[in-house]
Design a protein around this ligand. Sequence first.
Ligand code: ADP
Ligand code: MG
Length: 599
Amino acid sequence: MRIHSLPPQLINQIAAGEVVERPASIVKELVENCFDAGSNQITIDIEQGGTRLIKIHDNGCGVEYDDLTLALSRYATSKISSLNDLEHVQSMGFRGEALSSISSVARLSLTSKTANNIRAWCITTDGAEAVFDIQPAAHSQGTTVEVSDLFYNTPARRKFLKTEKTEFSHIDNLIKKMALSHFNIGFKLTHNQREIINLKIADTESLQQQRIASICGAEFIKNSLKINFSASGLQLSGWVGLPTFSRSQQDRQFFYVNQRLIKDRLVSHAVKKAYQDVMFHGRHPVFVLYLSLDAALVDVNAHPAKLEVRFREGRLVHDFLFSALYRSIAEQRPSLPTLNEIDSHVDANNFSANVAQTQESSAHFQPSFSTTQSSSPLHIKAEIQNYLIQPQKDNNDYVADKTASFPPLGYAIAHLHNIYILSETREGIILVDAHAAHERITYERLKKQYYQGSIANQPLLLPIKISVSTSEADLSEQQSLIFNSLGFEVNRINLETLLIRSVPILLAKADAEILIRDVLADILDQGSSNLIEKQTNEVLATMACHSSVRAKRHLTIEEMNALLREMEQTERIGQCNHGRPTWVNLSHADLDKFFLRGQ
Ligand code: ADP
Ligand code: MG
């Protein structure tokens, strides 16, 4: 067969293969166009999962009469005009191919009116390039795009569509995710004329929280920390779930780069690493996070549907994310609620169930950390310090004198069943799992001692020889300082052979060869590795577990109070080494709820 040029419609249909995977991908492109048009109210009407009809209405800038045919033409866009624009692109779209691709696999019409124009126009296409029909129409300022009979002319692709319900659920999820990063826009979604989503513009802090709660669940806001960090031109804000409010799947993780929802390995790695030390095995954190940075530092032209981006300085972004999240998690401390700030984090009905909760369960029930901005870690620290400089008084005095400064975790009353410490706090009571809390305290102390001191290592009687690739051997030389600082001595003895001469005493029983190999593979793949630290921490965690108070040993009041005071000083105290909660809070309001007081 000789070479020939393809007809325009076929070119568009091929392009549509990348952009239009299913109805939800059309909705994504069309709603992104509404964002770019500056709309603040978007209505999405869907019929039969989007296969029958997708109709999207906005109140944005609209399209000029003269530009209507160009809007539906391939490689025509109002958003960029040079390579330099592409490298700084701020808009969601820039490829100029969505409308032409969509119109090649479905029937499409676009009705629009601009502010300058007194009348609206409607353009329709039969899919073939350059065959357009333009008619006057009735429309307020903005644009409505209607896409009907998806894949009517490409029956093979129609077969890949799932049920109406499945296709609609993709659209529903998509709109929610988009709404999470566009608080300044109202969204309405209907399916077969039934209203499914109706989100008003959320221009205040409390409306934003309401929107988050209506999308991610009310529990999410209660069990997450609001964060805001910036450094080196990067800004990370949003909500991160407490480690104990984890899920078995990664389905509540939303990460936006300059308002664009993306999936990124580098980001997942940084998040996973930040939660590593507090996350129950096999569980995943929840978060809604927004990263903002100079558009020139991200390449958004890395994926046809723009679901991925490339960071120009990946390492910097990774380390920034990691340290911001790591710090937010580490610095969660018990807060000192003020008398008029009684929060009711606890659903009274959950209480008994939660106290009895077993190790496997997801620990839905949370210690009551203050999760708003007002309780920044520094603020909490200052309050704790403030308390510490008060002269220590006899326990009874404090109970009697409620106006005195009260430590966040209060004073111990009893050791229930020799397991739980019951403590009276200024705002109610708390229960502490003494073993879990002690385990975290010991673990944090061991880690501090271990990493601050020089790490004792032990020469191997028989050094271990390992064969590696040349690039791995090069890497081991470059990273030798890191190995040394963690207690390993690794030498290169020729092009492709390494010799492990000594190992940290703590890891004497570990398989050094496998560990070093995995570390090198990690560094080659991701640019860094935390495997040595992870294994070391596992050993320290086990040591901490064995040397911590066992359940069933009775504690005296003094011992319990000492434990409470130590908890207040310990990082990551909200969870034990296995990610289980160490304490739960019942405020006055919760107690009143139990007894229907004041209702
Ligand atoms: P891109 O968004 O990459 O530019 P599209 O094919 O999605 O490509 O849209 C082509 C052009 O049509 C856009 O550049 C824009 O000028 C115009 N357009 C599309 N949808 C809208 C809308 N809802 N409001 C205003 N203009 C629109
Ligand atoms: Mg577009």
